[in-house]
Design a protein around this ligand. Sequence first.
Ligand SMILES: NC(=O)C1=CN([C@@H]2O[C@H](COP(=O)(O)OP(=O)(O)OC[C@H]3O[C@@H](n4cnc5c(N)ncnc54)[C@H](OP(=O)(O)O)[C@@H]3O)[C@@H](O)[C@H]2O)[C@@H](O)CC1
Ligand SMILES: Nc1ncnc2c1ncn2[C@@H]1O[C@H](COP(=O)(O)OP(=O)(O)O)[C@@H](O)[C@H]1O
Ligand SMILES: [Mg+2]
Length: 279
Amino acid sequence: MNGNVLKPRKIQSHKGDYGKVLAVSGSVGMAGAAVMCGRAAIRSGAGLVRFAVPKELFNILQICVPEATCLERDFENVIDINDYEAIALGSGLGLEKSNIPILKKVLNDYKGTLVLDADGLNCVMKYSLYGNLKASQADIILTPHMGEAARLLEVESIDIKDREKAAREIQEAFGTTVVMKGANTLVLTENKIYVNDTGNPGMATGGSGDVLTGIIASLAAQGYSGYEAAKIGVYIHGLAGDICAEEIGQIGMTAMDIADRVPEAFRRLASNSNDGRDK
Ligand SMILES: NC(=O)C1=CN([C@@H]2O[C@H](COP(=O)(O)OP(=O)(O)OC[C@H]3O[C@@H](n4cnc5c(N)ncnc54)[C@H](OP(=O)(O)O)[C@@H]3O)[C@@H](O)[C@H]2O)[C@@H](O)CC1
Ligand SMILES: Nc1ncnc2c1ncn2[C@@H]1O[C@H](COP(=O)(O)OP(=O)(O)O)[C@@H](O)[C@H]1O
Ligand SMILES: [Mg+2]
C-alpha cells in the first residue's frame, strides 16, 4: 500500500477536524472489548472517542482509556447519533434483548459510517434485523470472522476454500462493505476486492478484532470512505501486528500491544510514499 492514501494532518487544525467516534461497545464482563476498540480508535488519530456503555463500565473505561469520554447507553433519551462521523457497534456488546432498541435506532436513523462487529452482527441475525440493515442509509462495514460470517449466511460453517465466495455472498445480501477477517483478510465492496498482505498468526488473540473495529471507525471519522477506511484499517492493523512480532514475538503479543503499535504502523505507511510529505 502506498502512503499517499493517507490524508495529511493540517497545521491549522484542531480535534474537531479529525472526527468523533461513538463506540457502542462493551458490557458487564466484556469491558475489555470496549477498551481495545476505544484505545485503537484514539491511536488511529480520531479527534474524539466517546463510549456509549452501561454506567457500571464508566470507572474501568475512564481508567483504561482516559482520553475518551463516556455516555450512558440510553439511545432513547440521550444520544444524538448523527453528531458522530463514525459509530463502532458490537464489540463485546452481548446478545441481550435490551440491545434491540440501540440497533434499530442506529440502523434506522444513522447517516454516517457504521462499523458493525461481533455481537452487533450476531444480534442482527438473532433478532431478525437484516431488513433494517439492508434499508440503512449509513455507509456500513461488516467485520465478521469466519464464525460470524457463517451466522450471517445462516450456515453451520464455512470452509476456508469458500471464504471469498462467502464474503461475496454477504456483500451481495446486505449491500455493505465486508471485511472477512483471518490470515489475508479480504475487503469487498460491490465491484472491488482487496486482499491484505500484512499480519501474522500472533494476532489470533482475544480482542485483536476489537482493535481493528476501532481503527476502521477512526479512519472513517477522519473522512475516509467506508471502503477506504476498511482497506487502510486492515493494512494498518496487520502492520501493527507485524511490528509486535518484530518487537515481542508472535507468541504472547496482546491486543493492547497491537493497538499501541498503530501509530508506528501509520508512520511506516506514511514513509512509504513519494510526495515528500513530513514523515
Ligand atoms: N476482552 C473482551 O472483552 C473480549 C470480548 N470479546 C467479545 O466476545 C463476544 C464473542 O465473540 P467471540 O468472537 O469470542 O465469540 P463468537 O462469535 O461466539 O465466536 C466463537 C464461535 O465462532 C467460531 N469462530 C471464531 N473465530 C473463528 C474463525 N476465525 N474462524 C472460524 N470460526 C471461528 C468459534 O469456533 P471455534 O473457536 O469453536 O472453532 C465458535 O464457534 C463478542 O462480543 C466479542 O466482541 C472478544 O472480542 C474477545 C475479547
Ligand atoms: N492467523 C492470522 N493471521 C493474520 N491475522 C489474523 C490471524 N488470526 C487472526 N487474525 C486477525 O486477528 C483479528 C481477530 O479478530 P476476531 O476474531 O474478531 O477476534 P476478537 O473477537 O477476539 O477480537 C482479525 O483482524 C484477524 O484478521
Ligand atoms: Mg471479534
